[in-house]
Design a protein around this ligand. Sequence first.
Ligand code: NAD
Ligand code: MG
Length: 409
Amino acid sequence: MGTVRRRDGQSFRLSTVHCRLFVSGDAMRRVAVLGATGSIGTSGLDVIAAHAGKLQAVAITTHRRWQELAQQAQLHRPRWAVISDETVSAQIDRTAFPSETELLIGPAAVEQVACHADVDTVLCGIVGAAGLRSAWAAAECGKRIGLANKETLVVAGPLIMQLAARTGAELIPVDSEHSAVFQALQAGRRQDVRRIILTASGGPFRGWSESQLENVTIAQALEHPTWNMGPKITIDSATMMNKALEIIEARWLFGLETDQIGVVIHPQSVIHSLVEFTDGSVMAQLSPPDMRLPIQFALTYPERWPGVNPPMDWQAIHRLEMFPPDLEAFPALQLGFEVARRGGSAGAVLNAANETAVQRFLDGTLTFTQISRACREVLSAHDFLSQPTLSELLRLDRWARQEMERWTA
Ligand code: NAD
Ligand code: MG
């Protein structure tokens, strides 16, 4: 096995056990960054670049932004670069990519890299239900999954949790609230948890009345006060559908009853969520609002490595406020609790209806307040299944999109 000389001058012979420990502690972690050109993806690549030598982006994917992907490939030199939208294939200049990077095109290639034996960790940063199949593939192949794509759990929470339990895949949340809960849970035993409280910034329209919300413009809804994110989640944050999706995400990820999940408005986005134990003790996780921390934690857990973002300045004055949410003005939140309670096919239908409604709002064919109203109507119209299979969920996803396309007030 060979001999190793330690810093103190002593040498010792390596056994097989030593070698394994060496490898698992020091080996390069090979990451597939799915949705590399998005907000989560670029933050993920920042984290990887900051820990070059310990983390490596072996695969990067985009839907159609091949020029940005080529720039990322020049910097990170991945083994694979994937463009999932085949319709842009003719426009791609292959010479823009490094010669050692293999270019793969089409949606199946995303699943292929997510499952490849030379990938240890999959960062799921694709937006919407479009991220489900690759997260599923990573779970099937027993990978460490840094899950930013909350829609996977909203659509198919119980199925993906069962799959991960079967294959040994590790689902580590990247969503900041769920990462906070995951971190705070380390303080006690699972059976001693009374409930969790998800924090919400309240978005750009915190404190607005129902009638004020009738006239929200697209530009206003795209301005988030504390987080810089992709357009879909930014609109979801404005309607508070994001928090609705996060209630459902938490229900399945942590195996909680819906009554054990609460929401508070916390405008500063510094307390990322709270866990309350049965004795009344509450654990919170605090950090500046920067997704690079939860992304890094998902990649390095259970280790903690030096952070990319500057730490909190505790000498500065901080106001940390909390308010109850306004369920009248933001009916999406109510939908989140209802859908979490109902389970079955409700999450898939709500998610697909919302994705299409957000697109219609951005296209100017739905108003802001119609998003939640239309989602409720599509949800009520669907044939509920209590124990759906994955293919039934995908069928209902398509159905809900069609219903939302033709929805009128
Ligand atoms: P984004 O719009 O900035 O990026 C989305 C990425 O997905 C892009 O790389 C895009 O090319 C790719 N993509 C889009 N459609 C695709 C398709 N059909 N097939 C394959 N790839 C596709 O989105 P984002 O803000 O980075 O969010 C990504 C996910 O992370 C979402 O599920 C979101 O809810 C979650 N999330 C984001 C943040 C954040 O700060 N941005 C925080 C928490 C959770
Ligand atoms: Mg979140």
